[in-house]
Design a protein around this ligand. Structure first.
Ligand code: SAM
Length: 218
């Protein structure tokens, strides 16, 4: 059973016997980032890193059928659940990568992405884990390379400390804060779609924080 420490409590992702066979059977949809994955030569409208079970990417792809959507997730059990939803919804505008987002530099070319979504990313509260945070300067540098000049990173989180950290980190590493919400409500942005974790934390009446960071290209 995979274990994720999130916001002080442990969330369990049950190991699914069917996950690896499902991934093997859908190699056209779910690409292994640990293998010698070839470079994407197309432009990408949206990239989600850490898509979990895929409620956001599937909802977004359904809502925006003209958009090319790519999602990355390191947990094979979660990406298999996501993949199943993509297949069931007959979506042809989604591609999934299984593996750590830090391997994406081999896959994504400069100036090819319009928007990067980070939904309820793991906050990694311990200092010695800071480099794993998806808004750490190492990731901000990658996002800056991949994004088109008008590109943005859109972050949602339930974690106020992680949000504060992200606002500072992104502002210090090549982004300007374009918009910020401290109690983001469904409907505040009609293009948006709730994620699984977002709905979980909304159910607990916790505020959702959201920021749009505009890339600053040299
Ligand atoms: C807390 S869950 C949120 C899932 C989903 N985004 C949502 O909002 O419902 C964070 C997910 O990000 C994945 N993740 C964390 N760091 C990652 C990385 N560097 N590359 C790929 N996936 C990552 C975890 O495996 C986990 O499934």
């Amino acid at each position: 059973m995979g274990e994720i420490l999130y916001n002080g409590f442990t969330m369990r992702m049950r190991k699914k016997k069917w996950a690896l066979p499902f991934i093997e059977a859908h190699r056209d949809l779910i690409i292994d980032l640990n293998e010698n994955t070839s470079c994407l030569d197309e432009t990408i409208d949206i990239l989600e890193i850490g898509c979990g079970k895929g409620d956001f990417i599937v909802g977004y792809a359904l809502k925006h059928p003209q958009s090319t959507c790519v999602a990355v997730e390191k947990d094979p059990n979660a990406i298999a659940v996501c993949g199943k939803k993509v297949v069931e919804a007959c979506l042809s505008n989604v591609r999934l990568y299984c593996g750590d987002g830090k391997y994406l530099p081999n896959v994504i070319q400069s100036d090819t992405i319009t928007t990067i979504f980070l939904n309820h990313s793991d906050p990694w509260p311990k200092k010695h884990h800071a480099r794993r945070r998806l808004t750490h300067e190492d990731f901000a540098r990658l996002y800056r390379t991949w994004l088109k000049p008008e590109g943005t990173v859109v972050q949602k989180t339930d974690n106020a400390h992680f949000f504060d950290y992200s606002l500072v980190s992104m502002s210090h590493h090549g982004f300007e804060l374009a918009q910020v919400w401290v109690n983001y409500q469904i409907g505040d942005d009609n293009d948006d779609v709730p994620s699984e974790y977002e709905m979980k934390f909304r159910g607990l009446n916790q505020p959702i924080y959201r920021a749009i960071y505009q890339v600053v290209k040299p």
